[in-house]
Design a protein around this ligand. Structure first.
Ligand code: HEM
Length: 141
């Protein structure tokens, strides 16, 4: 199971790299007005979402569920940190798919939101990362 945990952590890291970078691209995309930049951002966003964010999310989930059914669900059944972690991960998955929706919105040139919105939007995965890592490492309750 230690191998599975190692690959879980590796794929969580690559998932977060994309979760941090994609909304950053939305910030710059929403500030752009020239056609060349806009078309370049569309390609970058699509490739990042489909090529890195989606495979990382799938693999991180597979390795996480593997550990869950392998030992963790039973081992930590009397502790709340795992339930709270899974709840936060569910919110993160919602954020992930909302990012996918935004990739389509930008692709169709339908974005109406400002760069300030995307700057704040970008902070959400930071909060989840802080909370989840503290929960899984400290296991406070
Ligand atoms: C996608 C759904 C996920 C599932 C089903 C899942 C499940 C699990 C399970 C069962 C463990 C083993 C816990 C232990 O033995 O202590 C684990 C470890 C870990 N998870 Fe996840 N996880 C998921 C997503 C995430 C996310 C999004 C993060 C980061 C924000 C994360 C960070 C970690 C870390 C750092 C560990 C190692 C903890 C340690 O051993 O010290 N996981 N995960």
């Amino acid at each position: 199971m230690l191998w599975i945990k190692a690959f879980h952590i590796i794929t969580v890291i690559t998932w977060f790299a994309a979760l941090f970078y994609l909304p950053r691209l939305f910030v710059y995309h929403s500030m752009s007005s020239d056609k060349t930049s806009i078309e370049r951002f569309k390609i970058m966003e699509r490739k990042l979402y489909k090529g890195i964010m989606m495979p990382s999310f799938i693999l991180a989930s597979v390795f996480g569920l593997w550990m869950l059914q392998g030992y963790a669900w039973q081992a930590y059944s009397m502790q709340y940190w795992l339930d709270i972690k899974l709840l936060l991960v569910a919110l993160l998955i919602g954020y992930h798919f909302y990012c996918g929706h935004l990739v389509s919105v930008f692709r169709d040139d339908k974005n109406t939101r400002s760069d300030t919105f995307y700057r704040w939007f970008n902070e959400f995965p930071v909060l989840i990362l802080l909370a989840v890592v503290i929960l899984v490492v400290v296991k406070p309750f």
